[in-house]
Design a protein around this ligand. Structure first.
Ligand SMILES: [Zn+2]
Length: 421
Protein backbone atom coordinates (compact mmCIF):
# COMPACT_ATOMS: atom_id res chain seq x y z
CA UNK A 1 0.00 0.00 0.00
CA UNK A 2 1.19 3.47 -0.81
CA UNK A 3 1.83 5.90 2.02
CA UNK A 4 0.45 8.86 0.10
CA UNK A 5 0.67 12.14 1.95
CA UNK A 6 -0.43 15.72 1.45
CA UNK A 7 -1.86 15.21 -2.01
CA UNK A 8 -5.10 16.34 -3.56
CA UNK A 9 -7.05 13.34 -4.81
CA UNK A 10 -10.39 13.18 -6.63
CA UNK A 11 -12.01 11.16 -3.84
CA UNK A 12 -11.01 9.77 -0.49
CA UNK A 13 -13.28 7.25 1.23
CA UNK A 14 -12.28 7.20 4.88
CA UNK A 15 -12.80 4.75 7.76
CA UNK A 16 -13.68 1.57 5.88
CA UNK A 17 -12.71 -2.07 6.35
CA UNK A 18 -11.48 -4.13 3.43
CA UNK A 19 -11.51 -7.45 5.28
CA UNK A 20 -13.69 -9.00 7.97
CA UNK A 21 -13.11 -7.11 11.22
CA UNK A 22 -9.93 -5.52 9.78
CA UNK A 23 -8.43 -2.17 10.76
CA UNK A 24 -10.03 0.98 9.42
CA UNK A 25 -8.37 2.30 6.28
CA UNK A 26 -8.85 5.16 3.83
CA UNK A 27 -9.04 4.65 0.07
CA UNK A 28 -7.82 7.46 -2.19
CA UNK A 29 -8.96 7.63 -5.81
CA UNK A 30 -7.40 9.51 -8.71
CA UNK A 31 -8.54 9.45 -12.35
CA UNK A 32 -10.69 6.36 -11.94
CA UNK A 33 -8.06 4.27 -10.22
CA UNK A 34 -7.18 3.52 -6.61
CA UNK A 35 -4.17 5.69 -5.75
CA UNK A 36 -3.61 4.64 -2.14
CA UNK A 37 -5.06 2.45 0.60
CA UNK A 38 -3.95 2.83 4.20
CA UNK A 39 -4.89 3.93 7.72
CA UNK A 40 -5.43 7.69 8.18
CA UNK A 41 -4.08 8.85 4.81
CA UNK A 42 -2.78 12.40 5.08
CA UNK A 43 -4.38 13.86 2.02
CA UNK A 44 -7.14 16.08 0.76
CA UNK A 45 -9.68 15.28 -1.86
CA UNK A 46 -12.34 17.04 -3.89
CA UNK A 47 -14.86 14.57 -2.45
CA UNK A 48 -14.19 13.41 1.12
CA UNK A 49 -16.47 10.57 2.25
CA UNK A 50 -16.75 9.14 5.76
CA UNK A 51 -17.36 5.39 5.43
CA UNK A 52 -18.20 5.16 9.16
CA UNK A 53 -16.76 1.65 9.52
CA UNK A 54 -18.47 0.17 6.46
CA UNK A 55 -17.07 -2.80 4.54
CA UNK A 56 -15.59 -1.71 1.19
CA UNK A 57 -15.21 -4.23 -1.63
CA UNK A 58 -15.15 -4.43 -5.43
CA UNK A 59 -18.91 -5.00 -5.90
CA UNK A 60 -21.17 -7.92 -6.73
CA UNK A 61 -20.99 -9.86 -9.99
CA UNK A 62 -24.16 -11.47 -11.38
CA UNK A 63 -23.04 -14.27 -13.71
CA UNK A 64 -26.50 -15.30 -14.87
CA UNK A 65 -29.61 -13.17 -15.40
CA UNK A 66 -32.25 -12.96 -18.16
CA UNK A 67 -32.92 -9.24 -18.55
CA UNK A 68 -35.03 -9.78 -21.69
CA UNK A 69 -37.79 -11.64 -19.85
CA UNK A 70 -37.93 -9.96 -16.42
CA UNK A 71 -41.21 -8.58 -15.04
CA UNK A 72 -43.77 -10.35 -17.26
CA UNK A 73 -46.02 -11.81 -14.57
CA UNK A 74 -48.83 -9.54 -15.79
CA UNK A 75 -48.98 -11.47 -19.07
CA UNK A 76 -48.32 -15.07 -17.95
CA UNK A 77 -50.25 -17.74 -16.05
CA UNK A 78 -48.63 -19.99 -13.46
CA UNK A 79 -50.74 -23.07 -12.70
CA UNK A 80 -48.29 -26.00 -12.57
CA UNK A 81 -45.12 -24.16 -11.55
CA UNK A 82 -43.06 -26.47 -13.75
CA UNK A 83 -40.16 -25.79 -16.10
CA UNK A 84 -42.28 -26.91 -19.06
CA UNK A 85 -45.03 -24.44 -18.17
CA UNK A 86 -42.52 -21.63 -17.62
CA UNK A 87 -40.99 -22.16 -21.07
CA UNK A 88 -44.45 -22.42 -22.68
CA UNK A 89 -45.82 -19.27 -21.08
CA UNK A 90 -42.66 -17.25 -21.74
CA UNK A 91 -42.61 -18.34 -25.39
CA UNK A 92 -46.14 -16.94 -25.79
CA UNK A 93 -45.20 -13.68 -24.09
CA UNK A 94 -42.02 -13.35 -26.12
CA UNK A 95 -44.00 -13.06 -29.35
CA UNK A 96 -45.42 -9.78 -28.07
CA UNK A 97 -42.13 -8.23 -26.89
CA UNK A 98 -41.12 -5.04 -28.63
CA UNK A 99 -37.88 -3.16 -28.17
CA UNK A 100 -39.21 -0.42 -25.90
CA UNK A 101 -41.08 -2.92 -23.72
CA UNK A 102 -37.92 -5.02 -23.22
CA UNK A 103 -35.89 -1.87 -22.55
CA UNK A 104 -38.30 -0.55 -19.91
CA UNK A 105 -38.54 -3.87 -18.03
CA UNK A 106 -34.78 -4.50 -18.15
CA UNK A 107 -34.00 -0.92 -17.06
CA UNK A 108 -36.16 -1.34 -13.97
CA UNK A 109 -34.22 -4.44 -12.87
CA UNK A 110 -30.78 -3.10 -13.84
CA UNK A 111 -31.44 -0.03 -11.70
CA UNK A 112 -32.37 -2.27 -8.77
CA UNK A 113 -29.23 -4.36 -9.32
CA UNK A 114 -27.07 -1.23 -9.30
CA UNK A 115 -28.49 -0.05 -5.97
CA UNK A 116 -27.90 -3.55 -4.58
CA UNK A 117 -24.19 -3.16 -5.38
CA UNK A 118 -23.92 -5.13 -8.64
CA UNK A 119 -21.16 -3.81 -10.90
CA UNK A 120 -21.12 -6.44 -13.60
CA UNK A 121 -23.60 -8.91 -15.05
CA UNK A 122 -23.87 -11.54 -17.76
CA UNK A 123 -27.33 -11.45 -19.26
CA UNK A 124 -28.77 -14.08 -21.54
CA UNK A 125 -30.81 -12.72 -24.45
CA UNK A 126 -32.98 -15.01 -26.53
CA UNK A 127 -32.38 -14.66 -30.23
CA UNK A 128 -34.73 -16.86 -32.27
CA UNK A 129 -37.59 -16.61 -34.80
CA UNK A 130 -40.06 -15.60 -32.03
CA UNK A 131 -37.96 -12.91 -30.33
CA UNK A 132 -36.33 -11.79 -33.56
CA UNK A 133 -33.59 -9.27 -32.76
CA UNK A 134 -35.94 -7.03 -30.74
CA UNK A 135 -34.77 -8.12 -27.28
CA UNK A 136 -31.16 -8.09 -28.44
CA UNK A 137 -31.48 -4.50 -29.72
CA UNK A 138 -33.07 -3.38 -26.44
CA UNK A 139 -30.43 -5.01 -24.24
CA UNK A 140 -27.63 -3.51 -26.34
CA UNK A 141 -29.13 -0.08 -25.55
CA UNK A 142 -29.33 -1.03 -21.86
CA UNK A 143 -25.66 -2.08 -21.93
CA UNK A 144 -24.72 1.33 -23.28
CA UNK A 145 -27.04 3.47 -21.16
CA UNK A 146 -26.07 1.87 -17.83
CA UNK A 147 -22.33 1.49 -18.48
CA UNK A 148 -21.74 4.32 -15.99
CA UNK A 149 -22.63 1.88 -13.19
CA UNK A 150 -22.54 -1.70 -14.44
CA UNK A 151 -20.68 -3.64 -17.14
CA UNK A 152 -23.14 -5.89 -18.96
CA UNK A 153 -22.08 -8.76 -21.17
CA UNK A 154 -24.63 -10.21 -23.56
CA UNK A 155 -24.93 -13.95 -24.08
CA UNK A 156 -26.88 -14.72 -27.28
CA UNK A 157 -29.04 -17.60 -26.12
CA UNK A 158 -30.85 -20.53 -27.76
CA UNK A 159 -33.59 -21.25 -25.18
CA UNK A 160 -35.86 -23.31 -27.40
CA UNK A 161 -33.64 -25.69 -29.35
CA UNK A 162 -31.23 -25.45 -32.23
CA UNK A 163 -31.01 -28.64 -34.29
CA UNK A 164 -34.81 -28.51 -34.62
CA UNK A 165 -34.71 -24.87 -35.75
CA UNK A 166 -31.75 -24.05 -38.02
CA UNK A 167 -32.90 -20.39 -38.36
CA UNK A 168 -31.97 -19.89 -34.71
CA UNK A 169 -28.39 -20.92 -35.38
CA UNK A 170 -28.13 -18.37 -38.23
CA UNK A 171 -29.62 -15.67 -35.98
CA UNK A 172 -27.15 -16.44 -33.17
CA UNK A 173 -24.38 -16.17 -35.73
CA UNK A 174 -25.67 -12.71 -36.70
CA UNK A 175 -25.95 -11.65 -33.04
CA UNK A 176 -22.34 -12.64 -32.42
CA UNK A 177 -21.30 -10.65 -35.49
CA UNK A 178 -23.24 -7.65 -34.16
CA UNK A 179 -22.28 -7.16 -30.55
CA UNK A 180 -23.07 -10.28 -28.52
CA UNK A 181 -20.19 -11.15 -26.20
CA UNK A 182 -20.68 -14.90 -25.94
CA UNK A 183 -22.99 -17.78 -26.81
CA UNK A 184 -25.44 -19.76 -24.67
CA UNK A 185 -27.18 -23.06 -25.26
CA UNK A 186 -29.81 -25.21 -23.60
CA UNK A 187 -29.28 -28.86 -24.60
CA UNK A 188 -32.24 -30.20 -22.57
CA UNK A 189 -34.64 -28.24 -24.80
CA UNK A 190 -33.22 -29.80 -27.98
CA UNK A 191 -34.31 -33.17 -29.43
CA UNK A 192 -30.59 -33.78 -30.09
CA UNK A 193 -28.68 -32.50 -27.03
CA UNK A 194 -25.27 -33.63 -28.28
CA UNK A 195 -25.86 -32.06 -31.68
CA UNK A 196 -26.92 -28.88 -29.87
CA UNK A 197 -23.71 -28.81 -27.81
CA UNK A 198 -21.59 -29.30 -30.95
CA UNK A 199 -23.35 -26.49 -32.83
CA UNK A 200 -22.83 -24.10 -29.90
CA UNK A 201 -19.11 -24.93 -29.83
CA UNK A 202 -18.98 -24.36 -33.59
CA UNK A 203 -20.16 -20.75 -33.11
CA UNK A 204 -17.93 -20.23 -30.06
CA UNK A 205 -14.94 -21.25 -32.14
CA UNK A 206 -15.96 -19.07 -35.08
CA UNK A 207 -16.08 -15.95 -32.88
CA UNK A 208 -13.56 -17.06 -30.21
CA UNK A 209 -16.01 -16.49 -27.34
CA UNK A 210 -16.99 -18.16 -24.07
CA UNK A 211 -19.97 -20.50 -23.70
CA UNK A 212 -22.67 -20.70 -21.03
CA UNK A 213 -25.00 -23.73 -21.01
CA UNK A 214 -28.28 -24.21 -19.15
CA UNK A 215 -27.88 -27.84 -18.15
CA UNK A 216 -29.57 -30.81 -16.46
CA UNK A 217 -32.49 -28.89 -14.99
CA UNK A 218 -34.26 -31.78 -13.25
CA UNK A 219 -33.73 -34.18 -10.34
CA UNK A 220 -32.80 -37.28 -12.37
CA UNK A 221 -29.05 -37.95 -12.14
CA UNK A 222 -29.30 -40.71 -14.76
CA UNK A 223 -30.37 -38.20 -17.37
CA UNK A 224 -27.41 -35.90 -17.90
CA UNK A 225 -25.77 -33.88 -20.67
CA UNK A 226 -22.78 -33.02 -18.47
CA UNK A 227 -20.46 -35.77 -19.87
CA UNK A 228 -21.10 -34.46 -23.42
CA UNK A 229 -20.24 -30.89 -22.32
CA UNK A 230 -17.07 -32.09 -20.58
CA UNK A 231 -16.01 -34.10 -23.65
CA UNK A 232 -16.70 -31.18 -26.04
CA UNK A 233 -14.84 -28.73 -23.78
CA UNK A 234 -11.76 -30.96 -23.89
CA UNK A 235 -12.06 -31.70 -27.61
CA UNK A 236 -12.23 -28.01 -28.52
CA UNK A 237 -9.67 -26.87 -25.92
CA UNK A 238 -12.24 -24.52 -24.30
CA UNK A 239 -11.13 -25.12 -20.68
CA UNK A 240 -11.78 -22.07 -18.48
CA UNK A 241 -14.30 -20.66 -20.97
CA UNK A 242 -17.34 -22.87 -20.35
CA UNK A 243 -19.95 -22.31 -17.63
CA UNK A 244 -22.99 -24.40 -16.77
CA UNK A 245 -26.12 -23.21 -15.00
CA UNK A 246 -28.58 -25.14 -12.78
CA UNK A 247 -27.29 -28.78 -13.01
CA UNK A 248 -29.88 -29.39 -10.30
CA UNK A 249 -29.68 -33.17 -10.58
CA UNK A 250 -26.39 -32.93 -8.64
CA UNK A 251 -28.64 -32.33 -5.61
CA UNK A 252 -30.02 -35.86 -6.06
CA UNK A 253 -26.63 -37.60 -5.89
CA UNK A 254 -24.74 -38.99 -2.87
CA UNK A 255 -21.79 -36.79 -1.78
CA UNK A 256 -19.17 -39.24 -3.14
CA UNK A 257 -20.67 -39.03 -6.65
CA UNK A 258 -20.89 -35.23 -6.40
CA UNK A 259 -17.19 -35.15 -5.46
CA UNK A 260 -16.26 -37.33 -8.45
CA UNK A 261 -18.17 -35.03 -10.84
CA UNK A 262 -16.66 -31.94 -9.19
CA UNK A 263 -13.19 -33.32 -9.87
CA UNK A 264 -14.09 -33.83 -13.52
CA UNK A 265 -15.45 -30.28 -13.77
CA UNK A 266 -12.31 -28.88 -12.14
CA UNK A 267 -10.05 -30.84 -14.48
CA UNK A 268 -12.03 -29.66 -17.54
CA UNK A 269 -12.11 -26.02 -16.35
CA UNK A 270 -15.93 -25.89 -16.37
CA UNK A 271 -17.71 -23.52 -13.97
CA UNK A 272 -21.04 -24.06 -12.21
CA UNK A 273 -23.69 -21.44 -11.45
CA UNK A 274 -26.57 -22.21 -9.10
CA UNK A 275 -29.77 -20.20 -9.35
CA UNK A 276 -31.37 -20.84 -5.96
CA UNK A 277 -34.65 -19.02 -6.44
CA UNK A 278 -35.53 -20.66 -9.78
CA UNK A 279 -34.11 -24.06 -8.80
CA UNK A 280 -36.31 -24.12 -5.69
CA UNK A 281 -39.41 -22.80 -7.38
CA UNK A 282 -39.49 -25.17 -10.36
CA UNK A 283 -38.08 -28.41 -8.97
CA UNK A 284 -39.89 -31.10 -7.00
CA UNK A 285 -43.38 -30.28 -8.29
CA UNK A 286 -44.37 -33.98 -8.27
CA UNK A 287 -43.96 -34.10 -4.47
CA UNK A 288 -46.84 -33.12 -2.23
CA UNK A 289 -44.72 -33.31 0.94
CA UNK A 290 -41.03 -33.26 1.89
CA UNK A 291 -40.41 -31.35 -1.32
CA UNK A 292 -36.75 -31.64 -2.39
CA UNK A 293 -34.77 -28.40 -2.52
CA UNK A 294 -33.21 -29.18 -5.90
CA UNK A 295 -30.26 -26.80 -5.62
CA UNK A 296 -26.80 -28.17 -6.54
CA UNK A 297 -24.39 -28.15 -3.55
CA UNK A 298 -22.12 -25.44 -4.95
CA UNK A 299 -20.11 -25.06 -1.72
CA UNK A 300 -19.10 -28.76 -1.79
CA UNK A 301 -18.26 -28.59 -5.49
CA UNK A 302 -16.13 -25.47 -4.89
CA UNK A 303 -13.98 -27.46 -2.45
CA UNK A 304 -12.64 -29.40 -5.44
CA UNK A 305 -11.42 -26.27 -7.19
CA UNK A 306 -14.46 -25.66 -9.42
CA UNK A 307 -15.37 -22.02 -10.06
CA UNK A 308 -18.85 -21.80 -8.57
CA UNK A 309 -21.23 -18.87 -8.45
CA UNK A 310 -24.67 -17.94 -7.15
CA UNK A 311 -26.78 -15.80 -9.46
CA UNK A 312 -30.19 -14.21 -9.99
CA UNK A 313 -31.46 -15.95 -13.16
CA UNK A 314 -35.09 -14.84 -13.54
CA UNK A 315 -37.00 -12.01 -11.91
CA UNK A 316 -40.79 -11.92 -11.71
CA UNK A 317 -41.68 -14.30 -14.52
CA UNK A 318 -43.01 -17.89 -14.74
CA UNK A 319 -39.54 -19.30 -13.95
CA UNK A 320 -39.27 -17.24 -10.74
CA UNK A 321 -42.23 -15.10 -9.65
CA UNK A 322 -40.07 -13.18 -7.17
CA UNK A 323 -36.93 -11.13 -7.23
CA UNK A 324 -35.15 -7.83 -6.85
CA UNK A 325 -31.73 -8.66 -8.39
CA UNK A 326 -30.05 -8.47 -4.98
CA UNK A 327 -27.09 -10.85 -4.95
CA UNK A 328 -26.56 -10.41 -1.23
CA UNK A 329 -30.11 -11.62 -0.62
CA UNK A 330 -29.60 -14.51 -3.07
CA UNK A 331 -26.33 -15.54 -1.40
CA UNK A 332 -28.00 -15.47 2.02
CA UNK A 333 -30.83 -17.54 0.54
CA UNK A 334 -28.33 -20.14 -0.73
CA UNK A 335 -26.49 -20.29 2.61
CA UNK A 336 -29.79 -20.82 4.38
CA UNK A 337 -31.12 -23.60 2.14
CA UNK A 338 -27.70 -25.31 2.02
CA UNK A 339 -27.79 -25.27 5.84
CA UNK A 340 -24.41 -23.55 6.18
CA UNK A 341 -23.15 -22.17 9.45
CA UNK A 342 -19.33 -22.34 9.46
CA UNK A 343 -17.48 -19.06 8.89
CA UNK A 344 -15.42 -20.55 6.04
CA UNK A 345 -18.57 -21.66 4.20
CA UNK A 346 -20.20 -18.25 4.61
CA UNK A 347 -17.03 -16.57 3.33
CA UNK A 348 -17.10 -18.90 0.31
CA UNK A 349 -20.71 -17.98 -0.37
CA UNK A 350 -19.71 -14.29 -0.46
CA UNK A 351 -17.00 -15.19 -2.98
CA UNK A 352 -19.66 -16.87 -5.15
CA UNK A 353 -21.20 -13.45 -5.80
CA UNK A 354 -17.82 -11.68 -5.84
CA UNK A 355 -14.34 -13.02 -6.51
CA UNK A 356 -15.38 -16.43 -7.81
CA UNK A 357 -18.06 -14.85 -10.03
CA UNK A 358 -15.39 -12.53 -11.46
CA UNK A 359 -13.26 -15.59 -12.22
CA UNK A 360 -16.16 -17.12 -14.18
CA UNK A 361 -16.37 -13.92 -16.24
CA UNK A 362 -12.57 -13.98 -16.70
CA UNK A 363 -12.17 -10.47 -15.24
CA UNK A 364 -9.74 -9.02 -12.68
CA UNK A 365 -11.23 -8.34 -9.25
CA UNK A 366 -10.47 -6.76 -5.90
CA UNK A 367 -9.43 -3.46 -4.34
CA UNK A 368 -5.76 -2.76 -4.91
CA UNK A 369 -3.53 0.21 -5.55
CA UNK A 370 -3.48 1.01 -9.30
CA UNK A 371 -6.60 -1.13 -9.80
CA UNK A 372 -9.99 0.20 -10.97
CA UNK A 373 -11.72 2.39 -8.41
CA UNK A 374 -14.93 0.35 -8.56
CA UNK A 375 -15.91 0.33 -4.90
CA UNK A 376 -19.10 -0.63 -3.05
CA UNK A 377 -19.78 0.05 0.63
CA UNK A 378 -21.87 -2.31 2.77
CA UNK A 379 -23.08 -1.52 6.27
CA UNK A 380 -21.26 -4.48 7.90
CA UNK A 381 -17.89 -5.37 9.37
CA UNK A 382 -17.03 -7.70 6.49
CA UNK A 383 -18.26 -10.28 3.97
CA UNK A 384 -19.43 -12.90 6.48
CA UNK A 385 -21.56 -10.50 8.49
CA UNK A 386 -22.89 -9.05 5.23
CA UNK A 387 -24.18 -12.50 4.21
CA UNK A 388 -25.57 -13.38 7.62
CA UNK A 389 -27.48 -10.09 7.99
CA UNK A 390 -28.24 -9.27 4.35
CA UNK A 391 -26.59 -6.02 5.34
CA UNK A 392 -27.58 -2.76 3.69
CA UNK A 393 -25.65 -1.66 0.65
CA UNK A 394 -24.78 2.00 1.14
CA UNK A 395 -23.16 3.48 -1.96
CA UNK A 396 -20.94 2.69 -4.92
CA UNK A 397 -18.42 4.15 -7.37
CA UNK A 398 -17.59 2.79 -10.80
CA UNK A 399 -14.13 3.67 -12.09
CA UNK A 400 -14.00 6.55 -9.65
CA UNK A 401 -17.42 8.04 -10.47
CA UNK A 402 -20.23 7.76 -7.94
CA UNK A 403 -22.89 5.50 -9.44
CA UNK A 404 -25.48 5.27 -6.63
CA UNK A 405 -26.14 6.32 -3.07
CA UNK A 406 -28.80 4.67 -0.91
CA UNK A 407 -28.16 7.01 2.01
CA UNK A 408 -28.07 5.95 5.64
CA UNK A 409 -31.13 5.00 7.67
CA UNK A 410 -32.05 7.41 10.40
CA UNK A 411 -34.05 6.63 13.52
CA UNK A 412 -36.34 9.26 14.92
CA UNK A 413 -36.35 8.27 18.60
CA UNK A 414 -38.85 10.04 20.80
CA UNK A 415 -37.33 12.55 23.22
CA UNK A 416 -36.32 11.07 26.57
CA UNK A 417 -38.84 11.50 29.39
CA UNK A 418 -38.36 14.72 31.26
CA UNK A 419 -36.80 16.63 28.42
CA UNK A 420 -40.12 17.79 26.98
CA UNK A 421 -41.60 21.01 28.21
ZN1 LIG B 1 -31.08 -19.05 -16.89
Amino acid sequence: MNAATDKLFDIVIRNVRIEEGGVLVDIAVQEGRIAAIGPRLRCEAIEDVDGRGAFAFAGFIDTHIHLDKVCILDRCRICEGTLAEAVRETTKAKLTFDEDDVYARAARIVEKAITHGTVRMRTFVEVDPRAGFRSFAAIKRIREDYAFAVDIEICAFAQEGLTNEPETWDMLDMALANGADLIGGCPYMDPDPEGHIERIFELARKYDVAIDFHLDFDLDPDHTDLPAVIAATRKHGWQGRVATGHVTNLSALPPANVAAIAQELAAAGIALTVLPSTDLFLNGRSHDRLVPRGVAPAHLIAEHGVTTTIATNNVQNPFTPYGDASLLRMANFYANIAQLSRDEDIARVFDMVGRSAARLLEMPYGLSVDGDATIVLIDSSGPKSAIREIARVIAGWKNGAKSFDNGRPQLHKPATKGTRP
